[in-house]
Design a protein. Structure first.
Length: 159
């Protein structure tokens, strides 16, 4: 448990102090600034409009366009990444990871993309940010559903 907390804190500070991870193009850095992110996304959008990105299905192109709309709406009027709230940073990160996964065009990239989500701590109104891979998030979701689906009746009682 202690190591999970250390990992979370490391990722939290890496993500929220330097900006979201952007890797859709080979020249993108891990600590991209907002103008760099927007420039990169405008370049991808113009390549999509021109039809110069080969190998993408119409579904992938639509997913990229939806994610880019999210990126542009979140960053509209913001001077830098520090102007975004924690929820907005998480949404921006997820949108950029979705674009990255669609550009890589693999199921492995979909499962390995980093996602962040906000959830309430049990017994509290405080929200915490949790980050992990999409596969880890899906596993957590399925585990919670399986736990809730198991009957809570005592197997040795009343029979």
């Amino acid at each position: 448990m202690k190591y999970a907390f250390v990992f979370f804190m490391f990722f939290f500070f890496m993500f929220f102090s330097g900006g979201p991870l952007v890797a859709a193009e080979s020249n993108a850095s891990a600590n991209a600034t907002l103008p760099e992110i927007l420039e990169q996304q405008r370049g991808i959008r113009s390549a999509l409009d021109a039809g110069t990105l080969d190998g993408l299905t119409p579904r992938q192109v639509n997913a990229i366009r939806r994610s880019q709309s999210e990126v542009f709406s979140l960053t509209d009027g913001k001077p830098d990444l520090d102007a975004l709230s924690l929820d907005e940073k998480a949404r921006l990160h997820n949108a950029l990871e979705q674009i990255n996964a669609e550009m890589k065009q693999t199921r492995l990239a979909q499962d390995e993309k980093q996602v962040c989500w906000r959830e309430r701590k049990t017994g509290s109104t405080t929200k915490v940010t949790r980050c992990g891979t999409q596969a880890e998030r899906d596993l957590l979701r399925e585990s919670a559903r399986a736990y809730l689906a198991t009957p809570r009746i005592c197997p040795d009682c009343g029979e």
